[in-house]
Design a protein around this ligand. Structure first.
Ligand SMILES: [Zn+2]
Length: 323
């Protein structure tokens, strides 16, 4: 949850379901918007940013922001891809390639890299490939940092209860961010089946535990994933694992929702995907506004869920978000 945002329930899913006529602003900007006004503002900001970036690299690395809009869907996918593909997610080792060859040649898909990683952080590969010695070095460094934090809040890091805290915290943080180095192919592991099934599939109430990247405190909640296959279905247990891969990172709920939807779209190539997530952010609940009952709802609908309000509504009513 961005610190600047109001602790209001995100109304996007309701907007999806209520608008009979397709409203581009509310229906397509994947529930990360809190209102159409908000999303208009965000779009402006996005456009400005893109323009700046475009001026910086005139090699066409970024998508065009003006001129003819190919189609609402294409525009939307571009803007989503751009938003989620944070420059910080770019693997350092591939930067040279990306700059010379353009974004298309960088990876087989915008979601999954050649080596099966999806949106790794700059240090992911180093972390994944390091030997025992390097891993220990990393832990020692982290422990020092936690010790400093303890001192800074006025605690005594040498009192009995805190003696092992730096080590425990360092290990916990490594666990809670291990999603960066998960290989998508390992998750999917041939669990794609050509069943000729073309009806909606929903996995409800997937428990999510993630870390807010603004405060590094948890946000927890439930995610519901639905898709309509194009003949191919995926093993049901894989959907929660895909969600977890993106949850075990420093996240914001909006991006988490989007990344899960786009990954499933990429892996399965279904007719459409819908993801909705309801969660409670400790950074909101425990500090700041202290609205303990506030729930944040985000959604992302792609493909036929985006095009057909009837399909979208069916999904939202089946997962019970549309109360
Ligand atoms: Zn936060």
């Amino acid at each position: 949850m961005a610190p600047s945002e109001d602790p209001v329930v995100d109304r996007a899913p309701h907007a999806h379901s209520r608008s009979k006529k397709r409203n581009h602003e509310t229906a397509s900007v994947s529930g990360s918007s809190t209102s159409s006004e908000d999303s208009a503002r965000r779009k402006k900001r996005r456009d400005r940013k893109a323009l700046k970036r475009k001026n910086a690299h005139s090699d066409g690395l970024t998508v065009a922001v003006n001129g003819a809009r190919p189609s609402a869907f294409a525009t939307r996918r571009n803007s989503l891809g751009k938003a989620a593909r944070d420059p910080r997610d770019e693997p350092v080792t591939k930067k040279g390639v990306a700059a010379s060859a353009g974004s298309r040649a960088r990876s087989p898909s915008p979601i999954i890299d050649f080596d099966g990683l999806s949106r790794p952080s700059p240090g992911t590969r180093e972390r994944r490939e390091e030997d025992k010695e390097k891993a220990d070095e990393r832990l020692v460094k982290m422990q020092g940092a936690v010790r400093t934090l303890l001192e800074c809040v006025g605690e005594d890091p040498d009192r009995e209860g805190l003696l092992d805290t730096p080590s425990r915290y360092a290990k916990a943080l490594m666990f809670l961010t291990k999603g960066y180095q998960v290989n998508v192919e390992d998750i999917v592991n041939n669990a794609l089946f050509h069943e000729g099934h073309n009806e909606m599939v929903i996995v409800k109430d997937i428990e999510i535990y993630s870390l807010c990247e603004h405060h590094m405190v948890p946000f927890t909640g439930k995610m519901h994933i639905g898709y309509i296959p194009s003949d191919t279905v995926i093993g049901l247990s894989k959907l929660p694992r895909i969600a977890e891969m993106y949850a075990r990172r420093l996240q914001i709920q909006e991006r988490l929702t989007k990344e899960v939807a786009h990954a499933i779209m990429e892996i399965l190539k279904p007719q459409g995907v819908a993801v909705v997530m309801e969660s409670s952010h400790l950074c909101m609940v425990m500090r700041g506004v202290e609205k303990t009952s506030a729930t944040t709802i985000t959604s992302c609908v792609l493909g036929c869920f985006e095009r057909k309000s009837k399909t979208r509504n069916e999904f939202f009513s089946l997962v019970g978000v549309n109360r």
